[in-house]
Design a protein around this ligand. Structure first.
Ligand SMILES: Cc1cc2nc3c(=O)[nH]c(=O)nc-3n(C[C@H](O)[C@H](O)[C@H](O)COP(=O)(O)OP(=O)(O)OC[C@H]3O[C@@H](n4cnc5c(N)ncnc54)[C@H](O)[C@@H]3O)c2cc1C
Length: 538
């Protein structure tokens, strides 16, 4: 029997994959197949803004990866949630809408990524967006992705913003105009007080298109390559492997861990590694799976003097039942927002040209948060995390075997440099300073983490090594660039292989200074545009 064939095959229906598949199928001219290893986004909690804690460690919708033990972090293995469901990680993330700094993208261009400077990518951010505040120079309306202000700000969130301003930061209205520095309120990828994943934004409106086939529980195991050209994909869906052929291109959108894994399984990657795992080498490309980078963060936690935090909700069954009823019946109440409503951007050193620290305020505090889920403190509490946005540390993603279902080895190598440690220490000191300002100090009963005994650089270092973590914004494992040090060129074509592109967070040459979902959606928009443009030219 002849294999099915498509004009385009997209592997992975995540933040970028849904965008690419929806845009390529828009005209009706091309037959597009979207393969997703996870299932449909039917889990109730996906769609509740405050429900993200319920999908943080749920194996039905989450890959639940773990890093190898981190040498500089006392040998800790870091939990890595990733969405395994339609919408990918945009279906399980914290929904903060953040683009990064204009200079981040200008830097991409300076690294040889022509067409990726701020002025060139801004139209794609705007194209994706339906901005609740309306259109202006920086924002768009009418796009699929709803971007909203939070339904409410807690008293503590308002106090945090005031305190950060008292500590010397300027107030800021819009964190997404490319400048960032200051304290204010975050927007979120929500609409009508529901999560707006890329499955909701892009796939749902496209689902009745006869030329778009979405296959769930379909795990891409290999890209089939003949004579240097991608000709199809072999995938598994519980039964025998299926092979589908492609007339145009294969677009790999499996995310920062699975995209390099799929390339390596297909013979594109570090030659010695592939040989060692018994995978025939098609193209020796050391950059595949290299250059992993991520924001690095540490959390400060406080016992609050008043019962005005989310811990009281988390620790009370009747309150939870009422909150659930409020959301189900009226789309209101504490579950209607993502909770991460306020924060700030600042510089760890005044000599820097742009912010390298992000502060996220949460009106809750937890005793633990890992693959066992999050457990709130049994008393009123709040947290402030300090995130280092521009770490030097680089890690890797490598297949452990030729089995496509085996998780890859993930190594972050955090704290490779002294300056990464210094920046995060400065972040902790500044976060603590916020809590000591007149606006917030009356709400602080006690600092729980790192605790009042933490004063010297050595104290902070010990805390960072024991508690700091990946901020879940990993990128760079299929990085874009002009040469062999990279995996894809600025049109996202895999170097040396025809008919094959990567489009997701893995292609970012450096991590932007902010949460990574909006930049990944921008990448999906631009990728689709370039693919269609190349098809018109062919
Ligand atoms: C808990 C958490 C909270 C976060 N919070 C925020 C936030 O508040 N704001 C923000 O901007 N960013 C946030 N992020 C980061 C952001 O969501 C990600 O950077 C972004 O979603 C990455 O998109 P992607 O397209 O690269 O990958 P993904 O969205 O992960 O998509 C990859 C898709 O490919 C599928 N797949 C993988 N391998 C295969 C295969 N072999 N075959 C078929 N399908 C496959 C996966 O199942 C998945 O659906 C958060 C991340 C996490 C984990």
């Amino acid at each position: 029997m002849e294999a099915e064939s498509f004009d385009y095959i997209v592997t992975g229906a995540g933040s970028a994959g849904c965008v690419v598949a929806a845009r390529l199928s828009e005209s009706g001219k091309y037959r597009v197949l979207l393969l997703e290893a996870g299932g449909k986004d039917r889990n109730f909690w996906i769609h509740v803004p405050m429900g993200f804690s319920q999908v943080y460690a749920n194996p039905r919708v989450n890959w639940m990866y773990e890093s190898e033990p981190e040498e500089q972090l006392n040998g800790r293995a870091l939990y890595q949630p990733r969405g395994k469901v339609l919408g990918g990680t945009s279906s399980i993330n914290g929904m903060v809408y953040m683009r990064g700094n204009a200079a981040d993208y200008d830097e991409w261009r300076q690294r040889g990524c022509t067409g990726w400077d701020w002025d060139s990518v801004l139209p794609y951010f705007k194209k994706a967006e339906h901005q609740e505040r309306g259109a202006n120079e920086f924002h768009g309306i009418g796009g699929p992705l709803r971007v909203s202000d939070q339904p409410f700000h807690t008293e503590l969130a308002r106090r945090l913003v005031e305190a950060a301003i008292q500590a010397g930061l300027p107030p800021i209205e819009d964190f997404n105009d490319g400048r960032q520095e200051g304290a204010g309120y975050f927007q979120s990828t929500t609409g009508d007080h529901r999560r707006w994943s890329t499955a909701t934004a892009y796939l749902r409106p496209a689902r009745n298109r006869p030329n778009l086939v979405v296959r769930t529980n379909a795990h891409a195991a290999r890209i089939d390559i003949e004579n240097g050209r991608a000709v199809g994909v072999t995938y598994m869906n519980g039964r025998a492997p299926q092979t589908v052929r492609v007339r145009g291109e294969v677009i790999v959108s499996g995310g920062v861990f699975n995209s390099p894994q799929l390339l390596q399984l297909s013979g594109i990657g570090p030659g010695a590694l592939l040989q060692d795992k018994g995978i025939p080498v098609i193209r020796d490309m050391p950059a595949v799976g290299s250059h992993l980078q991520d924001h690095f963060y540490v959390r400060l936690a406080y016992r609050c003097t008043q019962p005005i935090t989310m811990n009281e909700l988390a620790n009370s069954l009747p309150r939870k039942a009422i909150a659930l009823a409020q959301w189900v019946l009226f789309r209101s109440g504490p579950l209607s927002g993502n909770g991460v409503t306020a924060g700030a951007f600042a510089r760890s050193d005044p000599r820097l040209e742009r912010p390298d620290l992000q502060f996220n305020f949460s009106p809750w505090s937890y005793a633990s948060r890992d693959r066992g889920g999050a457990v709130a403190h049994p008393f009123p509490g709040f947290s402030l995390s300090a995130v280092h946005l521009r770490p030097d540390s680089r890690g890797s993603v490598r297949v452990k075997s030729s089995d496509p279902l085996a998780p890859p080895a993930i190594r972050f190598n955090f704290l490779q440099t002294q300056s990464d440690l210094q920046a995060l220490t400065a972040g902790m000191r500044l976060a603590r300073k916020f809590t000591q300002q007149p606006a917030l100090a009356p709400y602080v009963a006690e600092e729980i983490i790192p605790g009042p005994a933490t004063h010297s650089d050595a104290d902070f270092e010990a805390n960072i090594r024991q508690n700091a973590n990946s901020n879940l914004h990993p990128v760079g494992t299929c990085r874009m660039g002009p040469d062999g040090e990279s995996v894809v060129d600025p049109r996202l074509r895999v170097h040396g292989v025809t008919g094959l592109r990567v489009a997701d967070a893995a292609i970012m040459p450096t991590v932007p200074a902010g949460n990574t979902n909006a930049p990944t959606i921008m990448i999906g928009e631009k990728a689709a545009d370039m693919i269609l443009e190349d098809a018109r030219r062919a």
